[in-house]
Design a protein around this ligand. Structure first.
Ligand SMILES: [Zn+2]
Length: 415
């Protein structure tokens, strides 16, 4: 068990984004437009905010005052220099000191706990092993979370709890409908953890959570069309259009696990068919085959990563092959959606960026739409903190979409 305090975040791999115009601000209206414009382009003076959002100076003043009152924005000291005519240009910026999001990511054999600030930076995270059984995992979260929050939220008000995992997650109902590797079916995560923690609980699939994180803080900041491909023990995709992540009926959109990319002669899948994407590239399946081939002494994916880091050629070949299959999946998604950017969260892409040309080559060979894979396909912005950021992002997404709900929540609490 490790606890890490860290404010660092890998820089986005793309040019700084243009601020979001007000007419693309979505459901939260002017306050959300102001908040997101400051997030993507701040610090900004109110005059600059009015210019970029297209809102009137009076409206910007009103929304800014509301957001400062909620502890979401703060005023910075005016820039130094000789006094200028007119009112001083006081810049406003995101206030990361006041609030925090709490997140829990449930993987196959461990749970990641995280505190994430308003800029999506991981303030603290901790990993605890678990045995996988739903009741036991939720019970452990229920018991451990209050201690973790007390230790790491450090006086910040906690905006909510994000619970994120793979497979089919119904975010509206707050249930994990089906997570095959964990053996979970219809697990009412929000009901159980909402009652235990008394926090607003947001439950989502990790590909969708990461797509939200990339749109807010990463490669998708200021963009509106994005595809997120997550390749871990489960394989998921999420599609964002018009700045909003597509959910589909019962949040079932983005299930790419059983795309027949391996062909009829591919590896056997748990679903009964052969050649499914997940059977080809899941960490579990790849580790088992590498173990069977005598490359690693136990069927654990981290052993393969460690061996590749030492320069072992057989381990590297396995990872390159896997990246090529991921590249074929990326090519298919690029042609189907034609997004501005496709983000890949996959361990070899995180640890060994020098292997990415394999993925790019495969994208170029299989996509009809994508002329420049190195620009269109990027590894996750969040590096090894990807699970922690995903868990916090589902809470922060709600804040950046509908900031005024914080006032309602506060009124409700004090009523
Ligand atoms: Zn399958």
């Amino acid at each position: 068990m490790t606890a890490v305090s860290d404010f660092s975040l890998r820089p986005a791999l793309v040019a700084p984004p243009a601020p979001l115009p007000a007419d693309r601000s979505g459901e939260g209206g002017g306050t959300a437009a102001v908040l997101r414009t400051v997030l993507h382009g701040g610090p900004l003076a109110r005059t600059a905010l009015a210019r970029t959002t297209g809102l009137s100076p009076a409206a910007v003043s009103r929304y800014t005052a509301e957001l400062i009152g909620l502890g979401l924005l703060r005023e910075l000291p005016p820039p130094a220099g000789p006094p200028r005519a007119g009112r001083p240009q006081v810049p406003v910026d995101i206030d990361p000191s006041h609030h925090a999001a709490c997140g829990v990511h449930i993987a196959l054999d461990f749970t990641t706990y995280a505190v994430v600030d308003l800029r999506g930076r991981v303030v603290a995270h901790e990993r605890r092993p678990h045995l996988g059984e739903a009741g036991g995992v939720l019970d452990d979260i229920r018991r451990h979370l209050p201690r973790f929050v007390a230790r790491h939220a450090a006086g910040r008000s906690v905006l909510g709890l994000g619970v994120v995992t793979g497979g089919w997650v119904d975010s509206e109902q707050g249930t994990v409908v089906e997570h095959t590797p964990l053996g979970w079916r219809d697990v009412p995560v929000r009901r159980v953890l909402g009652a235990a923690t008394r926090l607003p609980v947001h439950v989502d699939g990790h590909a969708r959570a990461l797509a939200q994180a990339e749109l807010l803080f990463g490669a998708g900041a200021g963009r509106s069309e994005l595809v997120q491909l997550f390749v871990g023990n489960v394989v998921d995709a999420a599609i964002a259009a018009g700045g909003t992540v597509l959910r589909g009926r019962r949040s079932g959109a983005g299930d790419v696990a059983h795309l027949a990319l391996g062909g009829p002669a591919g590896h056997a899948c748990a679903c009964g068919r052969r050649g499914c994407l997940q059977a080809a590239v899941s960490e579990l399946a790849v580790a088992e085959r590498a173990f069977g081939a005598g490359i690693i002494p136990a069927p654990e994916f981290q052993l393969l990563i460690a061996l590749a880091a030492e320069g072992n050629r057989r381990a590297i070949r396995v990872l390159r092959e896997r990246l090529r299959t991921v590249g074929r999946a990326a090519a298919l998604l690029l042609d189907l959606i034609n997004p501005e950017v496709l983000v890949v969260a996959e361990q070899a892409a995180i640890h060994f960026p020098e292997l990415l040309p394999d993925l790019y080559e495969e994208v170029a060979a299989h996509s009809h739409m994508c002329a420049d894979p190195e620009r269109a396909v990027v590894p996750t912005t969040f590096g090894t903190r990807v699970l922690a950021v995903a868990a916090g992002a589902v809470v922060l997404d709600v804040v950046y979409r509908r900031p005024m709900e914080l006032r309602t929540a506060r009124t409700a609490r004090t009523a």
